[in-house]
Design a protein around this ligand. Structure first.
Ligand SMILES: [Zn+2]
Length: 128
C-alpha cells in the first residue's frame, strides 16, 4: 500500500492485522483483494487544523483500492460509520492481543469522535 498521509507504522499495523499473508489486501469498499491505499474515512481536517494530526489516526484509515474504488467515488464515501465501527473492532482486537499500541493521535481521535462512536454503540473509554 502506498503512503498518503498516514505514517508508515499505520501501514505496517494494517499488514500485521492480516489473518494470514502478512499484507492487508481486502478492500473495504468492494471486498475484493485489491486494497492498495488507505482512505481517510472522515477526511483530513485540513492541513492547518490542529485536528489534522488526529485525523491521521489508524481509526480514520480504511484499506481500499485507489484507482477502482477510492478515486471514482471519493465524494460519496465520506464518514462511513460501518467502516468506522469495523476499523475500531479490528484495532481493539489488536490492542487486546498486544499486537498494536494506541498512539497519542489515536487517543486524540477517539476523544474527538466520542459522540460519533456513541451513535454506533461504542464506548471508547474501554481503550483509553
Ligand atoms: Zn475495491
Amino acid at each position: 500500500m502506498s503512503y498518503d498521509g498516514f505514517n508508515k507504522k499505520i501501514y505496517q499495523a494494517w499488514n500485521s492485522f492480516s489473518p494470514d499473508s502478512g499484507s492487508w489486501y481486502e478492500c473495504f469498499a468492494c471486498k475484493k483483494n485489491h486494497a492498495n491505499c488507505l482512505h481517510h474515512n472522515f477526511g483530513r481536517a485540513g492541513k492547518k487544523s490542529e485536528k489534522s494530526e488526529a485525523y491521521n489516526s489508524i481509526f480514520n484509515s480504511v484499506p481500499i483500492n485507489n484507482e477502482e474504488c477510492h478515486l471514482p467515488r471519493h465524494s460519496t464515501i465520506k464518514r462511513n460509520l460501518s467502516w468506522l465501527e469495523r476499523v475500531y473492532r479490528i484495532v481493539r482486537r489488536a490492542v487486546q492481543e498486544n499486537n498494536y499500541t494506541l498512539s497519542q493521535r489515536d487517543k486524540n481521535w477517539l476523544i474527538l469522535q466520542k459522540k460519533t462512536y456513541e451513535k454506533i454503540n461504542i464506548n471508547i473509554t474501554e481503550l483509553l
